[in-house]
Ligand binder design. Structure first.
Ligand SMILES: N[C@@H](CCC(=O)N[C@@H](CS)C(=O)NCC(=O)O)C(=O)O
Length: 221
């Protein structure tokens, strides 16, 4: 990661955004250097809703990735694009079709079955419009999602989600664990996820993508 200077690749990211965290890991695994562009999701109603940023991502979400003359949105197709167009040292997907399916299954459980239910905009709506408890809501849906992931891992896990090489499933799992911890999910019920997490935490590509080391992280995070 480079903060400042100019490189050809720019990642629009927020330190604590799990979707940005996914892409940061993927970029690191592919060995792609990038310039970090902070988008503050909480300042003055959210920089993600500014006219300028909406030109990059019309949904008003981070991440957005400027690369190869394009601006890409949506973390899952971004990871696919990186894998297909930037060969690098590692592949983010297994080559075996069934394991590739399993890898995508884990990603989808997180990408469409878990994170959207605990996204900032949803939580605000639950609290402000419906008077709901956003922490309990998040805890419920993250627990449900991670239970499904834990079940899939029983068939696929090695050191990491799919065997012994990190894949895009790991890029999605680690940020979701980060969110689980934020919302105080009881992680003791997920022994397989915990074992994989311990292994992934050792990898430099994952360390360098952690929210706490991002340029826009508060100093005391
Ligand atoms: N499916 C999108 C979701 C992106 C998303 O939900 N981003 C969140 C941060 S993780 C966001 O920008 N939230 C701002 C908001 O809700 O206003 C992706 O995977 O990139």
């Amino acid at each position: 990661m480079e903060s400042g200077g100019s490189t050809e690749v720019e990642l629009f990211s927020y330190w604590r955004s799990s979707c940005s965290y996914r892409v940061r890991i993927a970029l690191n695994l592919k060995g792609i250097k990038y310039e970090y562009k902070a988008v503050n999701l909480v300042k003055d109603g959210g920089e993600q809703k500014s006219e300028d940023y909406l030109k990059k991502n019309p949904q008003g979400f981070v991440p957005a990735l400027a690369i190869d003359g394009h601006t890409l949105c949506e973390s899952l197709p971004i990871c696919e694009y990186l894998d297909e167009n930037h060969t690098g040292d590692r592949n983010l997907y297994p080559t075996d079709p069934f394991l590739k399916y399993k890898c995508r299954q884990i990603c989808e459980i997180i990408n469409s079955g878990t994170q959207p239910l605990q996204n900032l905009a949803v939580l605000k709506k639950i609290k402000v419009d419906f008077g709901g408890d956003m922490n309990e809501w998040s805890k419920f849906y993250i627990t449900k999602g991670l239970k499904s992931v834990e079940a899939v891992l029983a068939d696929t896990k090695g050191k990491y989600c799919i065997g012994d090489e990190p894949t895009v499933a790991d890029c999605f799992l680690v940020p979701q664990i980060y969110n689980a911890n934020r919302f105080e999910v009881d992680m003791t019920q997920f022994p397989l996820i915990n074992e994989i997490h311990e292994n992934l935490k050792e990898l430099q590509e994952f360390k360098d993508a952690h929210p706490d080391v991002m340029p826009d992280a508060p100093k005391d995070s």
